[in-house]
Design a protein around this ligand. Structure first.
Ligand SMILES: [Zn+2]
Length: 177
């Protein structure tokens, strides 16, 4: 069983390397230090999806074993729910956060026996009054979660589709050229 899991992981990794080369398909591999952002703008709606190994967010990937770990998870969920703090959008675009959903397998009882790895997933929807003014997104995730070293961003806007890699040193996502 362990071998099968390992093999599946390897296949996923290889598929992912291929996707990376194509730059058109989203990353799905679980790699510590890495996280994925899918950003889609359609009309006045900007949707951002974050997927990160729990290791980057709380420093462990098992269900909480004590109150300290449980608190760490709750705290991380609360921080992640604060989408306004995570993403600074061009003020002139007048964007409001309308949805913020955060989920992690660490809070699911079933995870205990099924996996060696766990993720945090979050989804945000912003409604922007002046999409034309939306030039850039400042990503604060690196500052809030130092375990995230690199973000693989898939960007889909009315101007097209792009793949971008961001780091703490380059945390600003330019939406327009
Ligand atoms: Zn992991």
């Amino acid at each position: 069983m362990k071998n099968l899991v390992w093999l599946t992981g390897l296949i996923l990794m290889l598929c992912n390397a291929n996707a990376y080369a194509n730059d058109h398909r989203p990353h799905t591999a679980h790699q510590h230090g890495m996280a994925q952002l899918n950003i889609a703008q359609d009309g006045h709606t900007l949707q951002i999806e974050l997927s990160s190994p729990a290791m980057n967010i709380v420093g462990f990937e098992h269900t909480p074993r004590d109150i300290t770990q449980h608190r760490a998870i709750k705290q991380a969920v609360a921080t992640l729910q604060n989408g306004i703090r995570l993403f600074t959008l061009t003020p002139a675009a007048v964007c409001k956060l309308t949805t913020a959903d955060v989920d992690t397998a660490l809070l699911q009882e079933a995870t205990k026996h099924t996996t060696d790895h766990a993720d945090f997933e979050a989804r945000y929807v912003f409604a922007c009054q002046s999409v034309a003014a939306l030039n850039a997104i400042e990503i604060k995730l690196f500052a809030l979660f130092p375990g995230i070293q690199e973000l693989a961003v898939q960007l889909l806007t009315e101007q097209g589709q792009r793949a971008v890699h961001l780091t703490a040193a380059q945390a600003r996502l330019q939406l327009k050229k």
